[in-house]
Design a protein around this ligand. Structure first.
Ligand code: NI
Length: 150
């Protein structure tokens, strides 16, 4: 959490034009906010390539709870990793399908391994891991003073 620094960027006119269109599409208020998010996204991506970095992941699973022993297998996995899986949300989508979102905290390698084990359980129709970082270095002053929603 450092001081707010201003710096100039030289950029090709056409590239900036494309960037401004993207900013509008994504509903950014300013170019600065868009650039900060791009930098953070790249940092998180780079960090998540490091197996030992401390990360937080959400694992989304969609499955049919009628499949034999599937719910039990998923629950077993969650108990086996109870210190790493810090939260779980279960939604009954319809008569058959369940949606589960699990929050996993640990080293990148652990988060990925737990996600793979869950997604790999036979009968899981769709599974996806989204990985992010709670690292302090990614958060800056400009957000604290603004009307940014967390
Ligand atoms: Ni359900």
């Amino acid at each position: 959490m450092g001081e707010l620094i201003r710096f100039g960027v030289s950029i090709d006119e056409q590239l900036l034009d494309c960037f401004d269109k993207l900013i509008e599409q994504k509903h950014y208020q300013t170019r600065s906010e868009a650039i900060r998010d791009l930098i953070r996204a790249t940092l998180v991506e780079t960090r998540s390539a490091n197996d030992d970095a401390e990360m937080v992941g959400t694992v989304t699973l969609v499955y049919d709870h009628h499949v034999r022993e599937l719910s039990e297998k998923l629950t077993e996995q969650q108990h086996a990793h109870s210190t790493k899986i810090i939260s779980a949300l279960h939604v009954h989508l319809d008569a058959h399908k369940c949606l589960e979102v699990l929050v996993v905290r640990g080293k990148t390698s652990e988060v990925k391994q737990i996600a793979d084990q869950l997604i790999g359980v036979k009968g899981v129709k769709h599974g996806k891991l989204v990985i992010t970082s709670a690292d302090e270095g990614l958060h800056d002053h400009s957000e604290d003073s603004g009307s940014h929603h967390h």
